[in-house]
Design a protein around this ligand. Structure first.
Ligand SMILES: Nc1ncnc2c1ncn2[C@@H]1O[C@H](COP(=O)(O)OP(=O)(O)O)[C@@H](O)[C@H]1O
Ligand SMILES: [Mg+2]
Length: 363
C-alpha cells in the first residue's frame, strides 16, 4: 500500500514535449490504469515514475517521499515489461530470485519468497524450467513473480499482456485482478486497450498527446465523460456522435436539432452556455438507442439498416439516415432484421451527451 502523487510532471526530449504538467494524486492501494492511444506518453509517464526516465520538470512522490531525483533502485517500485525481459539461461527460480540474490538477501529468505510467489502464480511445478520451455502466459507470470518477490511499494506494468493471444489475455487479466486484491498493493498499469482499462482499474487516467484528459473510476468515465475524446475512447462499440445545432435554449433546456430536423430536448444545468444556432455534437451510446419506443420522451429517427453484425448475445445494427452516414445501435440477442430493412431508432434524451464544438461536455 503506497500513495502516489505527481505534481506538474513534464518530459521534454530535445525540442519535443511529450508530457505536459501531469498532476495525479492517489491514496490507498488503487489499481490505476493509464490508457490512451499509441504515442500519447503512457510509457514515458510510467518510466518517469520508475525512475528510468528523468522528469524534465515537476515532482514525483511515493508514500509522501520526494523520489524525483532518486535512482530506480531506491524508489521501491518494480516494473513488468511487455517483452518479459527474462534471462534465457536461467531457470524460473533463478529468474525470480535474481534481484534478491544481487541484493545479498539471505538464502532462506529468498527461498521463502520465491516459493510463496510461485505458489500464488501457480508456477511451483515449473521452477526448474528455462524460459524457452514455457508458454507466453507462463513467461509473463515469471516476470510478474520477479516483481512480487521484491515486495515493492508500487507495481508498474507496461502493456504486459500485449504479446499474448486473445484467450490468454483474458485469463491473465483475471489473474492480475486477483493478484491486486491478494497483495493489496498499489498497481499502475499501462494499456492502449480500453477493455483492459475498464475491467482492471479502480481509477482510470485517460491520456492524450501528453496531457491528462480525465481521471476517475471506470463507470464515472463511461457515464459522465468530461469531453468528446474520453466519451469516444471508453466503450465499444464507440459512442455515436452526431453533428447538430441548438434550436433554442429555454431555461435549463437546450433543444438540439439533429441533421434530419428532429428536436431532442436536453436538460442541462449549464444550458445558458449555449445559444440558438450554436454548432454542437450530440453523443448517444449504441445501447441507448432502441428499435421500439421505451419512454414518452423518446425521439424517433427513421433509418435503414446498412450492415448488421450478429454476435449471438448481442447484435450491432449499423444504420443510415438520409443525413447520417452511420449510427450504431446495439440490441440484446438477435432477430430476423437484415441489411436494407427500414428501422426506427428511438433515442432517450436522458441518455444523451452534449458537447460544444471544442469537445467540452455541457452538463
Ligand atoms: N527517447 C525518446 N526520444 C524522443 N522521443 C521519444 C523518446 N521516447 C518516446 N518518445 C516520444 O514520446 C511520445 C510518447 O511515447 P510513449 O510514452 O512511448 O507513448 P505510448 O507508450 O503512449 O505509446 C512519442 O511521440 C514518442 O515518439
Ligand atoms: Mg508504450
Amino acid at each position: 500500500m503506497a500513495t502516489l502523487k505527481l505534481d506538474k510532471v513534464d518530459k521534454i526530449y530535445g525540442d519535443v514535449q511529450v508530457l505536459h504538467g501531469i498532476d495525479l494524486d492517489f491514496e490507498g492501494n488503487p489499481f490505476i490504469v493509464f490508457v490512451g492511444p499509441s504515442g500519447c506518453g503512457k510509457s514515458t509517464l510510467l518510466r518517469s515514475i520508475a525512475g528510468l526516465e528523468e522528469a524534465s520538470g515537476g515532482k514525483i512522490f511515493i508514500d509522501g517521499k520526494d523520489v524525483t531525483d532518486m535512482p530506480p533502485v531506491d524508489r521501491d517500485v518494480s516494473m513488468v515489461f511487455q517483452s518479459y525481459a527474462l534471462y534465457p539461461q536461467m531457470s524460473v527460480e533463478e529468474n525470480m530470485s535474481f534481484g534478491l540474490r544481487m541484493a545479498k538477501v539471505e538464502k532462506d529468505v529468498i527461498e521463502k519468497k520465491v516459493s510463496a510467489a510461485a505458489k500464488l502464480l501457480k508456477l511451483d511445478h515449473l521452477l526448474h524450467r528455462k524460459p524457452k520451455d514455457l508458454s507466453g502466459g507462463q513467461r509473463q507470470r515469471v516476470a510478474i513473480g520477479r516483481s512480487i518477490v521484491r515486495n515493492p511499494k508500487i507495481f508498474l506494468f507496461d502493456e504486459p499482456l500485449s504479446n499474448l493471444d486473445a484467450e490468454l489475455r483474458v485469463e491473465m487479466r483475471i489473474q492480475i485482478a486477483k493478484l491486486h486484491s491478494e497483495l493489496e498493493s498499489t498497481m499502475v498499469y499501462v494499456t492502449h486497450d480500453q477493455v483492459e482499462a475498464m475491467t482492471l482499474a479502480d481509477q482510470i487516467v485517460v491520456l492524450r498527446d501528453g496531457r491528462v484528459e480525465q481521471v476517475g473510476p471506470p463507470m464515472e468515465l463511461y457515464e459522465n465523460p468530461d469531453n468528446q475524446f474520453v466519451a469516444g475512447f471508453i466503450g465499444s462499440p464507440k459512442m455515436n456522435f452526431i453533428d447538430a445545432s441548438i434550436a433554442e435554449v429555454n431555461g435549463n433546456v437546450a433543444s438540439v436539432r439533429l441533421p434530419g430536423g428532429e428536436i431532442v430536448p436536453l436538460t442541462r444545468n449549464d444550458a445558458a452556455q449555449l445559444s440558438a444556432g450554436d454548432e454542437v455534437v450530440m453523443g448517444i451510446r449504441p445501447e441507448h438507442i432502441s428499435q421500439t419506443q421505451v419512454t414518452d420522451a423518446d425521439v424517433k429517427v427513421a433509418s435503414k439498416v446498412d450492415v448488421i453484425e450478429v454476435l449471438g448475445a448481442l447484435s450491432f445494427l449499423y444504420c443510415k439516415t438520409a443525413e447520417l452516414e452511420r449510427i450504431v445501435v446495439q440490441k440484446v440477442g438477435y432477430d430476423n432484421t437484415k441489411a436494407g430493412d427500414d428501422v426506427a431508432m428511438y433515442i432517450d434524451p436522458a441518455k444523451c451527451h452534449l458537447f460544444k464544438k471544442d469537445g467540452k461536455v455541457v452538463r
